[in-house]
Structure formats: C-alpha cells, structure tokens
Design a protein around this ligand. Structure first.
Ligand code: AQP
Length: 332
C-alpha cells in the first residue's frame, strides 16, 4: 500500500496553518487510505536558538494535538523523531550524497540564515543540513508520498534528487517520494502580514491563530486582521492578499469556493465575523479532546512508545541496506 510520512517541528504552538495546511488532511484522508507515519520532528527544532524545556513541552503538546485532531493510533503510526535513531544514521549517509551548493540554494535556508545574521546571531550548521535530515525522515520509511504545505515543496524535491542519485550510484535502495499539496488552504497567511505565511515560530503573534487560543483571542485576532484598501469583498490573491487570506480560511473551514464566498459579503466586518465563527467551530472539538488527553499523560506516552517501536522496525532494514550499499563494513 502507499506509505506516507509527514511531520511538524516543535518550534512553537501549533497554528491554524498547521491544521488546515497539513494535519486535517492527515486525519480526514491520509490515515485511512495509506500506511501513514506522523512525526514530531524534534531534532529539527534544534537548528535554531531554542529553550530545551520549551522544546520538550511543545513536543508533547504537538503529539497530544495530533491525537486531539483525530489521528488514530490504530490507523497510523505516531512518534517522536529523536526516539528513532535511524533518522540521524541515515542523515549522515545523505550528507555524503548531497552537495554544499545544493544546500545553500534552499530558499528556506537563505531566508532563515539571513534573518539570523541580521539579528546579530550565528547560523547553526544544522540549519544548512536540515533538508538532509528531512530527506532521511522520508527515505528511511520508503515513503511514496509526503503531504506538506507549499513551503516544504522544495525540500521534498531535494529528497527526490538525493534518492535518485543514491540509487544510481549505489544500487536501488530508496523509494523516490513525491510531495502532495493540500487543495484548499495550502498556505494560510499571517493575519497581520498576509504576504508571509502563518508560522508557529514567528515572534509577532497578533496575526497567528494558535490551535489552543481561547475563543475570545481567536475572535480578536481575526477581527483585527489586516485587510486592504477598497471596501468591496473580492477574491484577488495578488492585489488583495488580506481579504483573500480570510476568504481562503473561511473556505477551508466551511467548504465553499473563495470566489463564491466573496460574492456573499458587502463588508469586511461581516466577512471577519463569519470567518472567526467558522474557525471556532473547527477548533472547539479539538480543544475539548486536547483537554481530555492532557489529563491522561500515560496514554499519550504509550502511543508514542508503540509508535517509535513500529517506526524503528520499518526504518532499520532500509537504513542498514544503505550502510552496506555505501561501502560500510557490516558489524557482526
Ligand atoms: N501557514 C501555513 N499554511 C499551510 N500549511 C502550513 N504548514 C505550516 N505552516 C503553514 C504546514 O504544516 C506542516 C508542519 O509545519 P512545520 O512545523 O514544518 O512549519 P511551521 O509551522 O511553519 O513552523 P515554523 O517553525 O514557523 O516554520 P518555519 O521553518 O517556516 O519558520 C508542514 O506540512 C507545513 O507545510
């Protein structure tokens, strides 16, 4: 059957973007149609300045939200990346497959390293090699499909290149995966800055709806969303990014097409109000289940323990085969 791998970095509280752009599709479609693995990719959170206690807390919260959102451990495998050593074992082999130039061309690296330098910080080497570890995450499991938001498409493209190159040089070892982008709300934008994505690690939080935000906070953030000059409601991503973002969020929550939804509004206020209520409808059951699961940490632990066991069993043969293919002497 089709094998799917996807993950979330515990670099901040999960956002509406993570849910509409990724997790919802995992829940509604992916876990039913394929052998799916969903991972809290905690090693990736160490590529930038971080507080250890916060990463630990956010990792558990992300796993709990996976369950709260409806991922079912009977249907899919839920685990934490650092619990499975195969990721870092394979990452090194892929560092020996990728080139320095290839890494430096990654858009996300260029943006993030520039930001670090501007703020006077230094760039961790792992930020440069991050896409290689991501490739290892995917290739270790022989994943065919990687559901991601648009922002990760370039990294999946690199993963394909590395898989093809490795297979050509060392013999067929890896399945060549493809990215699968969600059809609605592929990219939820920041409510205060609708030309940049709603990212959970961003410092300015006024434009970010977190999955665990209180209802009043959600309403306030959406009512204060930046719109555009002009007063009529029209769907135009280029010229009217703020309104388009609201329409896409509303569309993702209620199912209508953004163009059609636009026709039903003659004021920004009404659009915002309906968008806020539609978002709250989506968040309510998720928040209720999150509260119940938080009261049962032993259950969450057992899900993650079993998930890591299964993940290890799946990854080990592929990673061992890659070791041998590259010329490493098997230990006896
Ligand atoms: N705004 C978004 N719209 C649609 N999809 C999104 N995703 C993230 N943001 C949006 C998708 O969610 C999955 C996990 O994302 P992630 O943990 O890799 O990235 P993030 O939430 O954007 O976290 P950061 O730390 O804020 O990221 P960056 O690295 O951009 O600084 C992915 O499938 C992602 O596409």
């Amino acid at each position: 059957s089709t094998r799917i791998f996807s993950g979330v970095k515990p670099t901040g509280h999960l956002t509406l973007g993570n849910y509409l752009g990724a997790i919802r599709q995992w829940v509604e479609t992916d876990q039913h149609r394929a052998d799916a693995l969903f991972c809290v990719v905690d090693l990736h959170a160490l590529t930038v300045e971080h507080d250890p206690a916060r990463v630990r807390r956010l990792s558990r919260q992300a796993a709990t939200l996976f369950l709260a959102a409806g991922l079912d451990p009977e249907l899919c495998t839920l685990f934490v990346q650092s619990h499975v050593d195969e990721h870092t074992r394979l990452s090194y082999l892929l560092e020996c497959t990728a080139t320095d130039g290839e890494m430096r061309r990654m858009i996300q690296y260029k943006e993030k390293s520039a930001r670090e330098r501007e703020s006077g910080g230094s760039v961790r080497l792992s930020l440069l090699t991050y896409p290689v570890l991501m490739a290892a995450d995917i290739l270790a499991y022989g994943a065919d499909e990687v559901p991601v938001g648009e922002d990760q498409a370039q990294h999946v493209e690199l993963t394909r290149d590395l898989a093809v190159r490795f297979n050509q040089r060392y013999g067929h070892t890896f399945t060549v995966p493809k990215a699968v982008l969600p059809t609605v709300a592929a990219r939820v934008m920041d409510l205060q800055d609708p030309t940049s994505k709603m990212g959970k690690s961003h410092a300015e939080t006024a434009g970010i709806v977190y999955l665990l935000d209180e209802p009043d906070v959600v309403r306030k953030k959406i009512m204060r969303a930046v719109t555009d000059s002009g007063t009529d409601v029209a769907y135009d991503r280029e010229a009217r990014p703020g309104v388009a973002n609201l329409l896409e969020i509303l569309s993702a929550c209620t199912g209508g097409e953004p163009e059609h939804l636009a026709a039903g509004y003659d004021s920004y206020g009404a659009l915002k109000k309906d968008t806020a209520e539609a978002v709250l409808e989506v968040l309510r059951p998720l928040q209720e289940r999150h509260a119940a699961l938080t009261a049962d940490p032993a259950y969450v632990d057992s899900v993650l323990r079993q998930g890591a066991e299964r993940a290890r069993e799946l990854a080990r043969p592929t990673v061992d085969a890659a070791y041998r293919a590259m010329g490493l002497l098997p230990s006896v």
